[in-house]
Design a protein. Sequence first.
Length: 418
Amino acid sequence: MAIIVNHTRAQTGRGLSEPPSRVATFFSHAFRPFFLAAGIYAALALSAWIAWISIHAMGAMPAFMTVAEPLHLWHAHEMVFGFGVAAVGGFLLTAIPNWTGAEHSRGLGLGLMFALWCAGRMAMWFTALVPPALPMFLDLAFLPVLGFAAGRQLAVQPAIRNVIFFALVFALIVGNFLFHMGRLEVIDDGMRLGVLLGLGTLMVMIVVIGGRVIPAFTTNALRRQGVEETRLPKRRAPVDVAALVFSATVFILQALGFGDSIIGVAALCAALANAVRLSGWRGLATLKHPIVWVLHLGYMWIVIGFALLAAAYLTDWVSDVSALHAFGTGAAGTMILAIMTRASLGHTGRALEPSRAIVAAYVLVSVAAILRCFGPSAVPQFYNEIMIAAGLAWITSFTLFTIEFAPILLGPRVQSGS
């Protein structure tokens, strides 16, 4: 999954080369602006949500709101279609050229795509102050452009195994469209359905990407340790297919409104298939390699999410909200953080050795997920305190990422050894 980054150098009138400007460097590859934006926005959007919970916990109400939607749906939308989509954009537009040999998105074109994402976020923060349709048009603009850019890159060297990413971007577009149709009261319950489809699409994307990178990166790390070939991760095609099919089926059944028993059984099958898949990847052997074990930890939250979803639909032990946060906070948060740190280090020529602060960030995302998934039901009398603690753990995690990686993403590639 490594992507070689080559910086071009501008030629001066004297024929001498100069390093590219900071702006040119920043927009030289998609992972730079989109990963930095994802880190900042993960902390910023969650801070707004925690501020609302804190105000509510004090029995107060804000004098004025800039957001017209119910705050819990706004929060869900921005974590999926703001934070999550930024990470997806950075990953796809950087990884696909490596798979296909296509030209990287860069310069003005990349800058305009990034501006579309930013415009959507600004519009969604001020939906109460602008005409109702304006946030829809601004927020919906980015994903089709991303899909077009990714599609062009995929077309350079078409491969059936990569077509799924185009389909997943399309599913995100549909989910975001449903959300906005709900906002405009065109579709009943559209906002909830849109968020569910968006979150489900991110989970399927993690199942696909995880199946490609986790065994590969684990194998590389264990071979460097001298582990025997017979003890390296195993990939089994039937299990891979079952994990993908059952995972996608669960979210499709939810979106179509099937009965609880059907969804619950499908979720149980997805949990088992993904657990078997994960068990073959030798996660416990990677404890000396934080940048590898964090991938296993992120995928484990997929298993937990489906198990909780099965329990929610088949019993009354837990709420489906716990399952959704296992997916959103645990799986998406951890896997996005893991991919962003690994890609940012590798693509800028740095060693794949996260600092202690980043290892702490890895742990804090799971702390946030544990508190959010299990805290409210374990100690309901401290609901607000648990929510705030979970939010602070998440905010701290992505603040650490932003502080650590902003200089890396803004600065040039390390040229040592070249």
